[in-house]
Ligand binder design. Structure first.
Ligand SMILES: *Cc1c(COP(=O)(O)O)cnc(C)c1O
Length: 503
């Protein structure tokens, strides 16, 4: 069982190699062929805790890892870094269920993948390896990746975020991260420019040679890395099993998951869960006003030739949903030449159209929709007033699209993925509730706490008094140099970062 590339089926890698490398040489993403050959037996997992479910899913999808090491890695990631012992608790809200993914150290769902990825990376590294992790972030990945990788031996991490393109809280989280191996740069550009530049550096052989001279190789912390994506498959199983254990559904009964979507990683993890046998009827991908992915799921045409919009859900302000490439691979019958052609079209013209049979296969599993900022505000206010549940703007995008979808008549039970704590985006939430909007985000947090009675997560409360490092905004074209400088500094003091045997 080997991973291959979405763009070149001649590529074969073990899962450890795929995690270490992040992205394939020719720019494709690593994928596991014949996904539906693997099965998770749900009845064996009834009553199991999160770590046990994680072991089953990871042993299935990452078979070349040593079982005992994997178990230990999972334990290190989840034993004490989440504020709820279920890790991803399910909550009943009105006539649907919310899957809360924000109880980790940075209060967004990225923590679920990024607490485990560094542990998997350590297991995949050889003694001599020195890895610089790159992350382009729309806010939450950067913060969670910095937390996950800080002070991890043999690794450095460099994060790029769009200046003025993340929330003040997210920026404060990134600029106050400690750790000798962490570097953070705002760039003069948007997320897609940051992500494109990062992807280009991965396939730039000249750049690789300059890093090689420092004995450093690159890897990725974005959901383009399967080591980040596969841990996200676990919570679909954990959610379903919680519903069965609480008798909300019967074992085998199908459910729908609605997923606030940007880079298409989270919802793709749901597709993996379905392929492994989880009874999912539809995966509903919810976009904000940057609605490329919603239009694609409707029409089969992906077209990013439109203005980039800044919305109240900044972590989803993304025009190129990278992980869609993996879905195209599976739904085209694992045709890497076809995927390579579509991706070439996208790079050249900003647009591609899939064959009708591919679209039909996608629509069998997925529905899509989008919500405007106005709809997001309405959703936050409505669910608060009706059900006493406070949603962050990303989750509210999901709610709005879930309701649009339900209006089409599908009565399957619904699980909405809640991707961030409302306290991470206090300004948008305050405005939506029609409360006074004065003062900085931290005073808005306190006001929200008084109104809602909901505790502010400790990691966010702590941020208020911290002094951020100074900002150095750089141009996208200067990212390569920034990485080289970071690599030299981080790996210069070898004794510190290289721990020796870490197995
Ligand atoms: C990253 C993020 C999303 C989008 O997830 P993708 O995997 O990129 O589709 C949604 N909501 C929040 C809060 C996020 O941080």
């Amino acid at each position: 069982m080997r991973y291959t590339s979405t763009r070149d089926q001649r590529v074969t890698k073990t899962s450890q190699q795929a995690i270490k490398q992040g992205i394939s040489e020719e720019g494709g993403l690593f994928v596991l062929p014949h996904l539906t050959d693997y099965r998770i037996a749900l009845q064996d997992l009834l009553g199991a805790d999160y770590e046990t479910i994680a072991q089953h899913v990871l042993m299935t999808l990452l078979p070349d890892f040593n079982t005992a090491s994997l178990k230990k890695a999972i334990h290190l990631a989840y034993r004490q870094n989440f504020s709820d012992k279920r890790i991803t608790p399910i909550r009943k809200v009105g006539d649907f269920h919310v899957l809360e993914l924000f109880h980790g150290p940075t209060s967004a769902f990225k923590d679920v993948g990024l607490q485990l990825l560094p542990q998997l990376m350590r297991l995949a590294l050889d003694l001599e390896d020195r890895i610089m992790i790159l992350a382009a972030t729309s806010g939450d990945t950067g913060t969670a990746a910095l937390q996950g990788f800080k002070n991890v031996p043999q690794t450095g991490i460099t994060v790029f975020y769009p200046d003025h393109g993340v929330s003040p809280i997210q920026e404060q989280q990134m600029l106050t991260t400690t750790g000798k191996n962490t570097r953070v740069f705002p760039i003069a550009g948007n997320f897609d420019q940051a992500q494109s530049a990062v992807k280009a550096l991965f396939t730039d052989t000249g750049f690789a040679a300059r890093l090689q001279a420092e004995q450093v190789t690159l890897s990725a912390a974005n959901s383009i890395n399967i080591g980040r994506l596969i841990p996200q498959v676990v919570y679909y199983f954990a959610a379903y099993l919680q519903l069965v254990n609480s008798h909300a559904i019967q074992l085998g009964e199908p459910v729908n998951f609605t997923v606030p979507t940007g880079n298409f990683g989270d919802v793709l993890a749901g597709f993996y869960a379905k392929a492994l046998g989880l009874p999912i009827h539809k995966l509903i991908a919810a976009a904000n006003a940057n609605r490329e992915i919603a239009d694609f799921l409707d029409t089969g045409i992906y077209d990013r030739n439109r203005p980039f919009l800044k919305t109240v859900a900044p972590s989803m302000d993304i025009q190129i949903s990278s992980n869609l490439e993996r879905l195209l691979y599976y739904k085209s019958g694992e045709d890497s030449a076809y995927v390579a052609m579509l991706m070439k079209d996208l790079a050249k013209t900003g647009r591609y159209q899939v064959r009708s049979d591919v679209l039909a296969a996608i629509q069998a599993d997925f529905a899509g929709g989008f919500a405007t900022d106005e709809q997001v505000a309405e959703a936050i206010a409505k669910v608060w007033q009706q059900d006493g549940y406070l949603m962050d703007p990303h989750t509210a995008v999901g709610y709005s699209v879930m309701q649009q979808y339900r209006a089409t008549g599908d009565t399957t039970p619904n699980v909405l993925l809640a991707t961030a704590s409302p306290y991470k985006f206090p300004r948008a939430v305050t405005k939506a509730l029609d409360l006074p909007v004065s003062g900085d985000d931290f005073s808005l947090m306190k006001q929200l706490q008084q109104v809602s009675g909901l505790a502010i997560p400790a990691n966010l409360a702590r941020l208020a008094g911290m002094t951020p490092q100074p900002k150095h905004v750089i141009a996208p074209a200067a990212m390569g140099t920034a990485i080289l400088d970071a690599a030299k500094e981080v790996f210069d003091d070898d004794s510190r970062v290289r721990s020796g045997n870490n197995r």
